[in-house]
Ligand binder design. Structure first.
Ligand code: NAD
Length: 251
């Protein structure tokens, strides 16, 4: 239980990857604070399962992030995971979707970091883990906002790593390729439209086509990597962008 006594806030942890990370950190003794939207009864059940609290604000708004961090209290571990996607050609890309994706996938991580770092410095220990994407390292068509935000998150992570290197605080990205979660399932209809494809073609010819393993990554794979980054053995891993992508970015 090497995380006993540590407190972790995981954004977007009512579902998918964030929930898997919360489960992993809880399994080693961390006190976890959940965030994100969802059915009230399901969230209450998750809070009971993980002995967690939950803050449900909108993290695409600065006030939402500030409320989360105030309610979470002093956190040793911050996992910036909340994210959204929209798929459309650039000339049709809804401007409000661009703004929302940049705000949630990138700016929220700046706000949680700036708010968490003073306590981490005082504590002499901290972990900032940013769930980026293979799209923080490569691009795909029709995902201009997402690719831009994730590349930005990689840049933010490197900057934090340099600023915090002497404080025993690490900052890293974990970059998955396709993980089977609601975020992925929900982008199938728009991708069908943007590429004029069937659902099966989107899964096989778009999503798994570039994934050499031809399999989706499991949310628990990301949880396990996040857990490793919290270990003392990972103290010298900082400013890294660690791919968990079935070989996607090796191509
Ligand atoms: P998901 O849709 O299953 O979960 C997203 C979580 O974020 C949910 O808890 C949701 O309630 C929360 N959320 C969404 N909008 C929010 C907002 N405005 N304010 C607060 N919370 C909000 O998604 P996921 O697939 O688990 O994705 C998690 C992260 O992993 C994202 O940053 C995503 O970009 C990244 N990622 C996912 C994949 C994939 O294939 N699933 C691949 C690479 C990267």
């Amino acid at each position: 239980m090497f995380l006993e006594g540590k407190r972790a806030v995981i954004t977007g942890s009512t579902s998918g990857i964030g929930l898997a990370v919360a489960r992993a950190l809880h399994s080693k003794g961390a006190k976890v604070v959940l965030s994100g939207f969802g059915d009230a009864a399901e969230i209450a059940a998750l809070c009971e399962e993980l002995d967690a609290s939950h803050v449900g604000g909108d993290l695409s708004k600065r006030e939402g992030v500030e409320e989360l961090m105030a309610a979470a209290g002093d956190c040793d571990i911050v996992v910036n995971n909340a994210g959204m996607q929209h798929v459309a050609p650039v000339e049709e890309f809804p401007v409000e979707k661009w703004d929302a994706i940049i705000a949630l996938n990138l700016t929220a991580a700046f706000h949680t970091s700036r708010l968490a770092v003073p306590y981490m410095k005082k504590a002499g220990w901290g972990r900032i883990i940013n769930v980026a994407s293979a799209h923080s390292l490569t691009a795909s068509p029709f995902k201009s906002a997402y690719v831009s935000a994730k590349h930005g998150l990689d840049g933010l992570t490197k900057t934090l790593a340099l600023e915090l290197a002497t404080f025993n605080i690490t900052a890293n990205c974990i970059s998955p390729a396709y993980v089977w979660t609601p975020l992925v399932e929900n982008q199938i209809p728009d991708t069908m439209k943007a590429r004029n494809m069937t659902r099966e073609q989107v899964i096989e010819d778009v999503m798994l086509e570039r994934q050499p393993t031809k399999k989706f990554v499991h949310p628990s794979d990301i949880g396990a990597m996040a857990l490793f980054l919290c270990r003392d053995e990972a103290a010298n891993i900082t400013g890294s962008n660690i791919t968990v992508d079935g070989g996607w970015t090796a191509q």
